[in-house]
Design a protein. Structure first.
Ligand code: ATP
Ligand code: MG
Length: 448
């Protein structure tokens, strides 16, 4: 993409109403624009990152055998009356009435709808296990939408639903989700720690939230610092292997890590003092086994192979896709702007032409651009007639992890400069060496 033809409305001033750094940077980098409280338009740069995050979520869900589909944003109130949640959900639910006077709502989640689909088609244990998911906009009329996309009213969520014959099978689905989430967040350059969370009236300890540590996080968390040394890395997983998934769950949840709702001071104090941490965190996902809470009232039963019918065991598992943009920026920025991890960057690299209009640098940039595209990389070429300082500032603000600078002196020697946004270090090399380097970097990311 040539910047002169792109739509990147960066702001010079720091928006006064944005309280946290990710919100400020998303506004300044021209990624989002508020349409009304807690509701945003995704401008081209923000939309690109949103799609990348979504893509990683899709890939990791499907790697585990979970099946993508799409349910609507607007739902009929009838199903929610059946489950009993229409009245319980309260003011966070946006309710609307259609022209025929039918009660509708903008879905805050989809347990009812997916259970209705399930009961309409599946009636035998032979069709289990089954895990369906979608990535769809949700609406929750949050009393205090704030921090940009972090706590929106309209937000994008991945929600999966597993259907299993027994609790044991459903717990495997739970563990499997935990494994997919560990991999998903790491591919985005994030450390998200599974912490034991509150399962509310359902009880049990079959729910974990995934938290990214950040001072601006809304959750208070307590953990053993040893947990931050764990990493999922490049493991080969057989998602049908019950023992393997269980072992990974144990590895990542055996250390103390809890949100304030489940925090237990006595257990916490058993951790050696130097490893005891209390901090803030951003909830980027949650997994939940809830048994027959919806299958019973909605009559989602299957023949159990022994002449009886039993309600299926279910769980639901969410990832805050749009919130993740804010979380990644909170975890990865400096005073000049965003620093995108390679896995989610909107463009693979920037090209800065130090002397626009100079035949030599223009031609060198054009060649470099084609060479990158030929290798399947997507550069953002700043071809505007601007000072070098302004071009660098824009690149730093929007946070592309790599920049190639092309100037008249380098061109004479057949050299360009490759700069890392994260370290600020530059290296002079031939254009073809720069292309090769980037190809290597991004191949490693794709294989992750
Ligand atoms: P919170 O405690 O932050 O209000 P929640 O526990 O009610 O969230 P879930 O129902 O678990 O949310 O939804 C799954 C994921 O969706 C959350 O882990 C979070 O990442 C994301 N999410 C929830 N509410 C919002 C929101 N208002 N804006 C953006 N993302 C959200
Ligand atoms: Mg939650």
């Amino acid at each position: 993409m040539r910047l002169s033809r792109y739509f990147l409305p960066v702001l010079k001033e720091t928006p006064a109403d944005a309280q946290i750094v990710s919100h400020r940077l998303m506004l300044r980098a021209g990624m989002i624009r508020q349409a009304s409280a807690g509701i945003y338009s995704w401008l081209p740069l923000g939309y690109k990152v949103l799609r990348k995050i979504e893509q990683i979520v899709h890939e990791e869900q499907q790697r585990a055998g979970h099946i993508p589909m799409l349910m609507p944003t607007l739902q009929s109130a009838d199903l929610w009356r059946e489950s009993g949640r229409y009245d319980d959900y309260g003011e966070e639910m946006l309710r609307v009435t259609d022209r025929h006077g039918r009660d509708m709502l903008y879905g805050p989640t989809n347990e009812e709808l997916i259970t209705d689909i399930f009961r309409s088609y599946v009636s035998s244990y032979k069709d289990l296990p089954l895990t369906l998911y979608h990535i769809q906009w949700k609406f929750r009329d949050e009393i205090r939408p704030r921090f940009g996309v972090m706590r929106g009213r309209e937000f994008l969520m991945k929600d999966s639903y597993n259907f299993d014959l027994t609790k044991e099978d459903a717990m495997h689905a739970y563990n499997r989700h935990l494994v997919t989430y560990l991999r998903t967040y790491e591919r985005m350059g994030l450390q998200a720690i599974p912490m034991r969370a509150d399962s509310g009236p359902i009880g049990g300890d079959n729910t974990h939230e995934f938290l990214v540590l950040a001072d601006t996080g809304e959750s208070e968390v307590f953990y053993d610092s040893a947990i931050t040394e764990l990493s999922f890395g490049d493991r080969n997983i057989d998602y049908d292997d019950v023992g393997q998934c269980q072992a990974i769950l144990e590895e990542f949840t055996s250390r103390y890590a809890r949100t304030d709702e489940t925090h237990d001071e006595a257990a916490f104090n058993e951790i050696p003092a130097e490893r005891r941490r209390s901090a803030r965190g951003i909830e980027v996902g949650q997994i939940f086994y809830f048994g027959t809470k919806y299958s019973e009232p909605l009559g989602a039963t299957v023949d159990d192979g022994q002449g009886g019918r039993v309600p299926v065991h279910m769980g639901s598992h969410g990832i805050g896709v749009s919130r993740l943009l804010g979380a990644i920026i909170e975890a990865s920025h400096d005073d000049k702007g965003i620093i995108w991890p390679e896995g989610v960057t909107p463009f693979h690299c920037g090209i800065v032409n130090l002397r626009q209009g100079d035949a030599g640098t223009d031609a060198a940039c054009a060649d470099l651009y084609s060479a990158l595209v030929a290798k399947g990389l997507e550069p953002l070429y700043d071809d505007r007639d601007e000072r070098a300082g302004a071009k660098f500032a824009t690149m730093d603000l929007i946070g592309l992890p790599w920049r190639i600078t092309v100037g008249p002196r380098g061109v004479e020697k057949g050299m360009v400069e490759l700069t890392s946004r994260r370290t600020g270090e530059s290296e002079e090399m031939s254009p073809s060496a720069a292309v090769e380097r980037l190809v290597e970097i991004y191949e490693a990311v794709r294989e992750a």
